[in-house]
Write a protein that binds this ligand. Structure first.
Ligand SMILES: Cc1ncc(COP(=O)(O)O)c(C=O)c1O
Length: 331
């Protein structure tokens, strides 16, 4: 997909990836990032650009990406060992990667994380004689999901990284980042229709889309996505749950959110879903994915159609039970 978009440089930041996945990424010319010593064995022989993902496990780490039981990264000691191994194997382009935390709008933590990586890289050069040619600061830059959240100060972040790089390196390594949410998040809206306004006796608004189309709200306990009901704006705010139609208690876009009361058929917008909507969606409870539209100034283009029942069943294999109780594929 990335090649099809016309990208010239690729990074493949892996987690528990297979020999086949590494081979495909290497054949496309990607820099391969591994996050465990064991994965050294899975690297293709021809791979010349390899990076090591480190989990520093310090105060910059959060509990989702970089905490004590994180599935990502190796310890700094393991990274040292892996770097020496890569050097011994003749890999000339060794890089380092770190993403220990996500979704911070205060840039201080992400800055410290990047500086940890830069100083560790310097140590490897000085103590291990390893030439570090690439640094990848991962993603994790936050966006202001809540109305009172501040925006991430990307200029301050960049200037502090530049200062650290020029302090520690004469020749600056290649730099890369993997920002997903920061780039795509604020550009995406889930556009829905109000299908019902209920009293249970608490107030509930039903939508024609379920969280299967936008699972982030069900996966992360504190996930907040702003909800707006333009047709009801200016009316009394009532603590309200906004739900889909799945038989699933977590099928809620928000709980007890002060919202104006819409009418059936009104428009309801869920904000900042660009990073975690269709790409995270699923068919749980038989839900079908909605279509996607691209808005370019005043033009709107459909860029993927709505999923159909046939799309979902097209992979099914029709089986039948024969008289001898054997299950076979239907002719
Ligand atoms: C290795 C890596 N890079 C980049 C990202 C993207 O993160 P974000 O969308 O928060 O920038 C993730 C997300 O978890 C990740 O694990």
């Amino acid at each position: 997909m990335v090649r099809a978009l016309g990208a010239e440089k690729l990074v493949f930041t892996s987690s528990n990836s297979s020999i086949e996945q590494f081979a495909i990424a290497e054949a496309e010319g990607a820099r391969l990032t591994i996050d465990d010593l064991h994965l050294l064995e899975r690297l293709p022989r021809r791979a010349t650009q390899t990076s090591l993902r480190i989990n520093f496990g310090n105060s910059c780490s959060d509990n989702i990406i970089g905490g004590a039981r994180s599935k990502f990264g190796m310890t700094p000691d393991q990274a040292r060992q892996a770097a020496m191994q890569l050097k011994a194997n003749g890999i000339t382009s060794i890089g380092l990667h770190c993403m220990d935390s996500a979704n911070h709008t205060d840039s201080t933590k992400k800055t410290r994380e990047a500086i940890d990586l830069i100083t560790f890289a310097r140590q490897l050069v000085d103590e291990g004689g390893v030439d570090i040619s690439s640094l990848n600061f991962g993603g994790g830059l936050g966006i202001p999901y809540r109305p009172n959240d501040t925006a991430f100060d990307v200029t301050d972040y960049a200037l502090k990284i530049r200062a650290a790089l020029t302090k520690y390196f004469y020749v600056i390594p290649d730099l890369s980042m993997e920002c997903g949410r920061f780039i795509t998040g604020p550009s995406g809206y889930l556009v829905t229709e109000v299908t019902g306004v209920y009293r249970k006796p608490h107030s509930v608004i039903g939508l024609n889309v379920s969280t299967a189309a936008m699972p982030r709200v069900s996966i992360y306990p504190n996930a907040y996505h702003h909800v707006s009901l333009p047709g009801a704006a200016g009316t009394e705010l009532i603590p309200t749950d906004v739900v889909g139609s799945m038989c699933e208690s977590m099928d809620k876009f928000c709980e007890a959110r002060p919202l104006p009361m819409p009418h059936q058929g009104d428009l309801c917008l869920i904000h900042d879903v660009g990073a975690h909507c269709i790409s995270m969606s699923n068919n749980y409870n038989g839900m079908l994915r909605p279509p996607e539209f691209l808005m370019d100034n005043s033009s709107i283009y459909m860029i993927s159609r709505a999923e159909s029942f046939q799309d979902v069943t097209s992979r099914f294999i029709n089986m039948e039970v024969k008289e001898n109780d054997k299950i076979v594929e239907k002719a």
